[in-house]
Design a binder for this molecule. Structure first.
Ligand code: URA
Length: 217
């Protein structure tokens, strides 16, 4: 797996990350969602440089120009519900992409800090041999991503997968490395050190789904 940590080189991306971490700014859920979307746009642009391009002629009203244009057939797949603003950010740049949505949630088990991942809903176009961008804003334990990948494999095998995360925990990165194919890319805007007992990223941001869409029962 190739890991692209986009904050290794400081940029305005850090401003967006700082804002989604700040509890005062987090209160503004519109700004929170828009910041996640902006992070999706930045990551989308960066990862677009890793895709396949071919010279094609573009005809303007005044002439013809050869340009390198994207060849990949892109499918954007997002994990509900927290992935939605990140999905929108990616879609703003890959507007010709097809779209897939998959649900994954943590079902608590008997032990207070234990859970299993339940994948129930998966709406997808054909993904066979396509370039999949898999959006999951918080790569914590990595268990949701792996459960989702197992469901994806039942529908077809993408040519390559680009996982898009806003914040990843080191432990989660280690976990997914062993479960995704070699040619997978991980694009991440920030890497944090640890997880708490409940599997939340520390310092992280808290619950990305709640911050974007409100608390749930
Ligand atoms: N999901 C979140 O929303 N936040 C975390 O820290 C971990 C998983």
């Amino acid at each position: 797996m190739k890991i692209h940590n986009l904050t290794q080189q400081p940029s305005v991306l850090n401003t967006f990350i700082a804002e989604i971490r700040d509890p005062k700014i987090q209160k503004d859920s519109l700004r929170f969602r828009r910041n996640i979307e902006r992070i999706g746009e930045v990551i989308g642009y960066e990862l677009s440089k890793d895709l396949l391009y071919k010279y094609q002629e573009v005809t303007t009203p005044l002439g013809v120009k050869k340009m390198q244009l994207l060849q990949n057939e892109v499918v954007l797949c997002s994990i509900l519900r927290a992935g939605l603003p990140l999905h929108q950010g990616l879609l703003n740049y890959f507007d010709a992409a097809e779209n897939a949505f998959i649900s994954a949630y943590r079902k608590p088990l008997k032990a207070a800090d234990d859970f299993e991942i339940i994948v129930e809903y998966f709406a997808t176009p054909s993904i066979e041999n396509k370039t999949m961008l898999l959006a999951d804003p918080m790569l914590a334990t990595g268990q949701s991503l792996v459960a989702v990948y197992n469901a994806i494999k039942e529908q077809g095998i993408p040519k390559e997968i680009h996982i898009v995360a806003v914040i990843a925990a080191k432990e989660g990165i280690e976990f997914i490395k062993n479960h995704f194919p070699e040619n997978t890319h991980l694009w991440v805007a920030a890497i944090d050190d640890t997880l708490d007992k409940k599997g939340y990223i520390i310092p992280g941001i808290g619950d990305a789904g709640d911050l974007a869409f409100g608390t749930k029962l």
